[in-house]
Ligand binder design. Sequence first.
Ligand SMILES: Cc1ncc(C[n+]2csc(CCOP(=O)(O)OP(=O)(O)O)c2C)c(N)n1
Ligand SMILES: [Mg+2]
Length: 321
Amino acid sequence: MPKAFAASRSDIERIYRAIRRIRRVEEVTAEIYPSDKIKSPVHLAIGQELVSVGVCDALRPDDVAGGSYRSHAVFLAKGGDLNAMMAEMYGKDTGCCRGKGGSMHIGDAAVGVAGSSAVVATQIPMLAGFALALKREGKGRVAVVFLGDGATEEGCFYETLNFAALAKLPLLLVCENNGYAIHEPIAKRRARPDGLCAVAEAIGVPARKITDGNTFAVRDAAAAAIARIREGGGPEFIEVQVYRWREHVGPNEDFDQDYRCRSEAEPWMAGDEVARLAALIDPATRQRIDGEIEAEIAAAVRFAEESPAPAPEELYADVFA
Ligand SMILES: Cc1ncc(C[n+]2csc(CCOP(=O)(O)OP(=O)(O)O)c2C)c(N)n1
Ligand SMILES: [Mg+2]
């Protein structure tokens, strides 16, 4: 049984709205995808939304967050504009990166989404750089980096952890451990699959693992860590056990692909956080929230479809070398 966390009705409604909105955006993205209107690969976070939502709920608007190619949830939870994200996936000029980045490279400086990177783990030193700048700025802002379990196998993860600990950077590292790097389970990749927090601790970064799939557990752990980080305590590491419901990249399920089976996913689907939170809200309120979300998504799809493509000369804009 998940523990009960202190949450008011308005907390529950706010978190439900955020998590359901991301779920529906990604489900609609998956529906549109086969039409080929979306011009970039999509790495969906369906089943993992609670991490971004829980962590970002504990952030200030002027904090900075960034993640990997699987960052729709981070972008939306941090306050990124849905129209701009949808248009970016369509490769349109109105996209958050003028249609040049696509799903894997979304960012929005105005709301503190630092950007996202498709090269595994490279977002970690990038957000450490933000953390260093924020520390020098001295206004108590923090940086958060979202990473997969596979990213902990890259050298720059260890290098960045060490530097961040040494320099006491205001950096929260959030590992979304979905148990797989593409098709390779963590037990085939690490001698100690349960050792991620121990690794961080050994380098001097306090670490905590959350396994119960509860958004409020994530939010409370993040809030406590962020408060210490803001006070100058240095970086912290939070690992959240989650499960990816769809294929590594693309809109489909992949339980027929020989590397995992549906029975492994079923307990996660049965404990779905979107459904659990929905059941805590009175039906009329829930209907209103759901209706608003559907209308917002439909409008974003229309916006993306009706937006112009970038002009041909845009090919040469923002090119540094
Ligand atoms: C440096 C580098 N190596 C390999 C790849 C190919 N690749 C893309 S995603 C991925 C798996 C990463 O797994 P994880 O960090 O657990 O993230 P998840 O996809 O599970 O969210 C790999 C190996 C890459 N993009 N970059
Ligand atoms: Mg993974």
